[in-house]
Design a protein around this ligand. Structure first.
Ligand SMILES: *Cc1c(COP(=O)(O)O)cnc(C)c1O
Length: 409
């Protein structure tokens, strides 16, 4: 049965789930408990060459490149490996490979688990650059891609599967349109034909445990909430099975994918405060989403914790909390130009790509979306909100001023 937003919130307090991560995140990534006369935080060690006492030592260490050991700068550095241990624990997996961006996490993961002649299934709501990588790049290497509707049921999905389907990719909720996907169903479908399920879990970090829901490979843009301050580009790929780790680690080494020490260090620092940042951002975003849904200028709000969001039931079943990014579609009759003038006039929301930082952002999402399938969103002028750490009353007042200027009849 569908519930109203208010009874929903009494059942699950948005933002409270993050509290469970606070102790872990405060202490994670510090091998020394800080009682040995050293600084609280680890040092940043920059380097290419690693030196060894003997040739035999160098060869022995080289053979352990799959075990997060220090071998050569392009294969990782101490802070990167520390960050990898923290992300693996946060995602509930066994091994993590950090790479230089969230997009690289998507592309390295796809390259690790696909070969020429394979078939790839991407959700129609996938992050645009991942879509373009498949269409423009993987196609040149003989990988065939099909786009499935993100909320396809079992029978519909079966129609998209091919004998050579090797990877089902998921992203939940979807980019810009926020459809929540049925991950356990996708896992069953993939495993039924010996394929793997890859998930871009950036929105669900800490709130969705990928491996308990059947995911084989979980991808994070660490650029977003983990780094948290709009000053880092970094990504991570996490797996659970030893054979998946061998394939992933081999691909990362052969592609030269790694994370720079300074970026890894800033991300480790960002993770220390992620639980408190996300708790506030999630609470504010949910409050704003509920308020926006009641406004006459708004046709619909796409926030996974709202019963009106496509796939809300999957969010309720599978997620422990929500994060601070959601979509808004304006009422019929409000033009793209009027919406853009409204966004331009906001004082506290900057206009820009990316999300997960401490500051609020908006971005138009109507007008430029590529989709193979319908789903009807956005049919009107639409935009995306990343809610930052500002006081929620100030954000609401800013949006109220903007919406009032739209003059809805
Ligand atoms: C931002 C984002 C990425 C890419 O991350 P970058 O670090 O900016 O390359 C990938 N997937 C999703 C869902 C994202 O939001």
């Amino acid at each position: 049965m569908e519930k109203t937003p208010s009874s929903e919130s009494s059942e699950r307090i948005i933002g409270a789930g993050w509290q469970k991560l606070a102790t872990f995140l405060t202490h994670a990534g510090r091998q020394k408990p800080g009682r040995d006369g050293s600084f609280v935080n680890p040092p940043i060690e920059r380097g290419s060459t690693v030196v060894f006492p003997t040739v035999a030592d160098m060869e022995a260490q080289g053979a352990r490149a799959y075990e997060h050991e220090l071998v050569y700068g392009a294969m990782g550095n101490p802070v990167q490996h520390e960050l990898e241990r923290v992300i693996a624990a946060l995602e509930g997996g066994q091994h993590t490979q950090v790479v230089n961006s969230g997009l690289a996490a998507c592309t390295v993961a796809l390259l690790a688990f696909l070969k020429g002649g394979d078939h790839l299934l991407l959700p129609d709501s996938v992050y645009g650059p991942t879509r373009r990588f498949a269409v423009n790049f993987l196609a040149r290497f003989g990988v065939e891609t099909s786009f499935y509707p993100p909320r396809a049921n079992e029978a519909e999905l079966r129609a998209y599967m091919k004998p050579h389907t090797a990877v089902i990719f998921a992203e939940s909720p979807g980019s810009h349109t926020f459809e929540v996907q049925d991950i356990p169903l996708l896992a069953r479908m993939a495993h039924g034909v010996g394929a793997r399920l890859l998930l871009d879990n950036t929105w669900g970090i800490g709130a969705f445990q990928p491996f308990t829901h059947g995911v084989d490979v979980s991808i994070q843009a660490l650029t977003k909430y983990p780094a948290g301050h709009a000053d880092v580009i970094l990504g991570a790929i996490t797996v659970q099975k030893p054979e998946d780790w061998r394939a992933l680690r081999r691909a990362a080494i052969e592609l030269g994918a790694c994370g720079a020490p300074d970026e890894c260090w800033l991300t480790l620092r960002g993770l220390k405060t992620m639980a408190v940042r996300l708790a506030q951002q999630a609470r504010s975003a949910y409050a704003l989403a509920q308020w926006l849904e009641s406004r006459p200028e708004v046709a619909c709000v796409r926030h996974p914790a709202l019963p009106s969001c496509p796939g809300h039931a999957f969010w309720k079943r599978d997620f422990q909390d929500a994060s601070g990014l959601f979509g808004v579609e304006l009422a019929a009759g409000i033009t793209q130009e009027a919406m853009i003038a409204m966004l331009d006039g906001l004082k506290l929301f900057s206009i820009g790509a990316s999300w997960g930082g401490y500051e609020s952002l908006v971005l138009p999402t109507s007008g430029g979306l590529t989709r193979h399938h319908e789903e009807g969103f956005p049919s009107g002028a639409a935009f995306r909100i990343q809610v930052g750490l500002e006081a929620v009353e100030d954000l609401q007042a800013d949006l109220a001023r903007g919406l009032a200027g739209l003059a809805v009849k």
